[in-house]
Each structure stands twice: as structure tokens, then as C-alpha cells.
Design a protein around this ligand. Structure first.
Ligand SMILES: Nc1nc(=O)c2c([nH]1)NC[C@@H]1CN(c3ccc(C(=O)N[C@@H](CCC(=O)O)C(=O)O)cc3)C=[N+]21
Length: 283
């Protein structure tokens, strides 16, 4: 048996059509949504992601403000720029692309962003809102993963979800969102002795480790849903995830590809959060 593909490009297209409609309604009311994207330095991968985010804004009718700075930008100058964007009512979301150069403290930068504009959902307050069930902005990658799971029609209530990885941007918030959906949640990580023992019991596996072939066919329960957050390169330099796709697709019921799965959804949920922010500020 071969799993059904969960197509993140197709789901993104559907959601982005809805986002474009909401953006158009806001624009017609004189409140065009705006997203500020800040890139510091020359990291080539970051440049590609940022370009994709800006293009996605344009396609959806969201105004983007792109600030590109040299790697030697001072932390103080960056904080000043964020303060100005916080005060600008035409800006509804602020995204500072990570990673930042070493001389800039990312925590300081993230905490400088107004919570009402923290569309990445990276700040301590946004994390706390997620933990307590308040409606702050959800981090885009796990939020996108929830939409991908939802798109299969699967009801998480009472089901076992296993997250591999405990990062602040993916693993931890993913666990909280799954919990909010009434799943029983296990979070595994680098100190988990027998990963397969846990994943074999999972109805849903979310792999967010950053190491290829972390999840292989023998570690997956037949019929499970597999979401692959990984972004790695194989020996030929091709983009691949954390999951052994060729093997696992023969066991799972649904699986996301890399590329074309979680990545596009991350950008889509960034647009969604920006629209949500603009709608809140228009009230
Ligand atoms: N403040 C901040 N917010 C972020 O959301 C953020 C960040 N910093 N730093 C880096 C990571 C990474 N990230 C991705 C977004 C889209 C794709 C994406 O669209 N990937 C395509 C493939 C793109 C390609 O071909 O390289 C796909 O999976 O199909 C990937 C990775 C957002 N990040």
C-alpha cells in the first residue's frame, strides 16, 4: 500500500486564496495589511526564504516592507528600527529572519517586537499565550503542520501524537497545539533512548529534528500520518526531510513530501497571522 500525499503547495494555494480575499477587503476599507521583513547579513538560505515570503505577500495583496542590512548592523540600530515599525500603524506584522549574526542577541530582538505584531509567534509572551490557551499568534511551522493534519480529515481527539524534536520554534509549540486538539502527546528528542518504541505507537508522527532518515519504515505504525518538518540535503545535494520518504510512504496512510509539504505552509501561516493582525487592528 502506498500513502496518500499531503500536498502543502495545494493546501497553501487554497488558504492563500482566502487570505487574498481578506487582504482585499481590508485594502478596500483603507487598511491594507503590511508585513515588515528584516534580513541581516548574507546567509544564502535566508535570502531565498525571505524572497519567497516577500513574493507570497505580493501575490496575496499584502504590502511588504523589506529591510536588508549588512552583517555588521549594530544591535542598537536593529532595536531602533523595530521600535519604529512597532509604532507604524500601517505595519501589522514584523518578522526578523533567523539566524542573526553572532553579535546580535536574538532574544533581545524578538522581545523588542510588539506582541500584537509578533506574527512569527516567537516571543515569550506569544509562547505563554499558546501555553495558556489565549489567542496569540501561533508559530507558523507548527500551525501549518496542524492545517496539514486537519486537511486529511483526521480527528486528533484521544489519538497518540509523537513529536520528534523539542525546539522552541517547532517541537515544543507543536506539542502544545496537538494537546489543544486533545491528542495524547509524546515529545521525543536526542536523549530519547529508543525512538522507534515511541513512534511505533503513534497515530501521528511529526518529525522536526534536522537529520535525514531519522524516521524509517520500521518505526511507523501502519496507517499513521507522517508530517516531515526537516530541511536537509542528501548526498546529491537535493533537499530532503527527516523522514525516509521512499520507505515510510509504503507504511503510512498520509505523508508530507519535502519539498512541497511543510515549507510552503510555514509561509502561508505567516500570511494568515499577518491578516489576522490587520483584522484585529481594524476593529
Ligand atoms: N523569523 C523567522 N521566521 C521563520 O519562519 C523562519 C526563520 N526566521 N528562519 C528560517 C526558517 C526556515 N523557514 C522556511 C520557510 C519556508 C520554506 C519553504 O518554503 N521551503 C520549500 C522549499 C524551498 C527551497 O527549495 O529551498 C519547501 O519545503 O517546499 C522553508 C523554510 C522559515 N524560517
Amino acid at each position: 500500500m502506498s500513502a496518500q500525499l499531503i500536498d502543502g503547495v495545494k493546501l497553501s494555494q487554497q488558504l492563500r486564496a482566502e487570505i487574498a480575499q481578506r487582504a482585499a477587503a481590508l485594502t478596500a476599507a483603507g487598511k491594507q495589511p503590511g508585513l515588515a521583513v528584516i534580513l541581516v547579513g548574507e546567509d544564502p538560505a535566508s535570502a531565498v526564504y525571505v524572497r519567497n515570503k516577500i513574493k507570497a505577500c505580493g501575490d496575496a495583496g499584502i504590502r511588504s516592507i523589506f529591510d536588508k542590512y549588512d552583517a555588521d548592523l549594530s544591535e542598537a540600530a536593529l532595536l531602533d528600527r523595530i521600535a519604529a515599525l512597532n509604532a507604524d500603524p500601517s505595519v501589522h506584522g514584523i518578522l526578523v529572519q533567523m539566524p542573526l549574526p553572532k553579535h546580535i542577541n536574538p532574544h533581545k530582538v524578538i522581545e523588542a517586537i510588539a506582541t500584537s505584531k509578533d506574527v512569527d509567534g516567537y516571543s515569550v509572551l506569544s509562547a505563554g499565550e499558546l501555553m495558556t490557551g489565549l489567542d496569540g499568534f501561533r508559530p507558523c511551522t507548527p500551525y501549518g503542520c496542524m492545517k496539514l493534519i486537519e486537511s486529511t480529515g483526521f480527528n486528533l481527539r484521544g489519538k497518540h501524537a509523537v513529536v520528534i524534536g523539542r525546539s522552541n520554534t517547532v517541537g515544543k509549540p507543536m506539542g502544545l497545539l496537538l494537546l489543544q486538539a486533545n491528542a495524547t502527546v509524546t515529545i521525543c528528542h536526542s536523549a530519547t533512548p529508543d525512538l522507534g518504541y515511541h513512534t511505533r505507537q503513534a497515530d501521528v508522527v511529526v518529525a522536526a529534528v534536522g537529520r535525514r532518515n531519522t524516521l524509517t519504515a520500521d518505526m511507523v505504525k501502519p496507517g499513521a500520518i507522517v508530517i516531515d518538518v526537516g530541511m536537509n540535503r542528501d548526498d546529491e545535494g537535493k533537499l530532503c526531510g527527516d523522514v525516509d520518504f521512499a520507505g515510510v510512504k509504503e507504511v503510512a496512510s498520509h505523508i508530507t513530501p519535502v519539498p512541497g509539504g511543510v515549507g510552503p505552509m510555514t509561509i502561508t501561516m505567516l500570511l494568515m497571522n499577518t491578516i489576522e493582525s490587520a483584522e484585529r487592528s481594524a476593529k
